[in-house]
Design a protein around this ligand. Sequence first.
Ligand SMILES: Nc1ncnc2c1ncn2[C@@H]1O[C@H](COP(=O)(O)OP(=O)(O)OP(=O)(O)O)[C@@H](O)[C@H]1O
Length: 475
Amino acid sequence: MSDLSSVGLSDWLVKQCKQLGLNKPTPVQENCIPPILEGRDCMGCAKTGSGKTAAFVLPVLQKLSEEPYGIFCLVLTPTRELAYQIAEQFRVLGKPLGLKDCIIVGGMDMVTQALELSNQPHVVVATPGRLADHIRSSNTFSMRKIKFLILDEADRLLEQGCTDFTKDLEVILSVLPAKRQTLLFSATLTDTLQELKSIALNKPFFWESTSETRTVEELDQRYILTPEKVKDAYLVHLIQTFTDQHDDWSIIIFTNTCKSCQILTMMLQAFNFPTICLHSMMKQKQRFANLAKFKASVYKILIATDVAARGLDIPTVQVVINHNTPGLPKIYIHRVGRTARAGRSGVSITLVTQYDIHLVHSIEEQTKTKLKEYPMEEKEVLKILTQVNVTRRECEIRLESTDFDEKKEINKRKQLILEGKDPDLEAKRKAELQKIRSQKKKFKQKIQESIQRQKHGQLKKRKQTKNKKAELAAS
Ligand SMILES: Nc1ncnc2c1ncn2[C@@H]1O[C@H](COP(=O)(O)OP(=O)(O)OP(=O)(O)O)[C@@H](O)[C@H]1O
């Protein structure tokens, strides 16, 4: 494969890429950059860590150099940290152009952002909620002339998950010109293809890597089967083993809630592991500061919720641990994709309880990969079990004495009000749903128990018959 000029990039850009160690195009770049330069809409689906960001940044910079004006390009992305990472790529690769960029994300000062927007930056990188707020509240900037709209992690932006971006997207799309190039990228586009096609209107060029598996070959994917009560002891033992065996390692541990993230961080800190956390209940400045410290290897362990599952590119991460088994294969793919990036190797270890086995099966089915068991010395784990569980309980008590739960409740209510919902009505609805769920669970348990009893009865009967036959034969 030849250098990046083979995909149609100008000499100044190729030179800039070389300075950053980008010598040859990756497959997604090789396939998507030419049609984008030709003016086509593009949907690119390639594995995590395969260079999708440069696949859209480079052609935009080339086009911008031919006709520089602001606002030329808008990039939307689901998380604030990702917005900063993308803006940095634009800034570094676009240095020879004197590129002006502007980052519009929640949790940061709105007035400063409004000023920056009115200065006509070439590129705006934004999370949908905050950009929609600016559009609703200000007329000091215009997006009527943008050439490029890019949706990074496009499927996440369109799905109606816990953060629903669809209303904000409508507001944003309503102020963009119909004549534009739309570029959509993700490692998991296929589920949302129809919705995506309604945004990329001009018969988009679609490219998907043709690999059998949906995770990278360099990733060693493992699991540990553990009872729920022993999970944290496994985690502590696992980290201790890595600490003993590797000098230069970084680990991301994913967990399912902000509270669990906070407790696990306190617990690992109590065991003197250099741990820091990242979740959506933290102040934005603290989130950025923690991520920067982790990137700089000041802290070797990052415990995060799924706010860090997509897009983050931290080359030193060798291990990803899933403290909970992700409920959706898609989330698993993005989480484990934080390691083994750009051809490097990496390990992912998923802690699986007896209730999660079906989730592992659907992950294996979707990724077309079989997870292998991670060998652990159970005896060693059991030795620290009591100490770990007592430490965890102490951390829980410490957290309960703070206003963590209260803050969570206030944040939730604020979010619901912003979404135009009544928090009290929603709470009622949630309680009813919870009641139905627990009734269903009880019912399921009863059925399981009666099946077990039946099986047990049949076995007993068979044994009795066998014994009788043996007695008869003996007499
Ligand atoms: N042509 C190239 N040659 C070498 N390295 C590259 C090349 N293009 C990109 N990279 C590097 O690969 C790494 C991963 O790239 P990037 O973050 O764009 O991945 P991605 O495909 O967007 O992953 P994700 O799906 O997780 O967001 C980055 O560190 C980037 O600098």
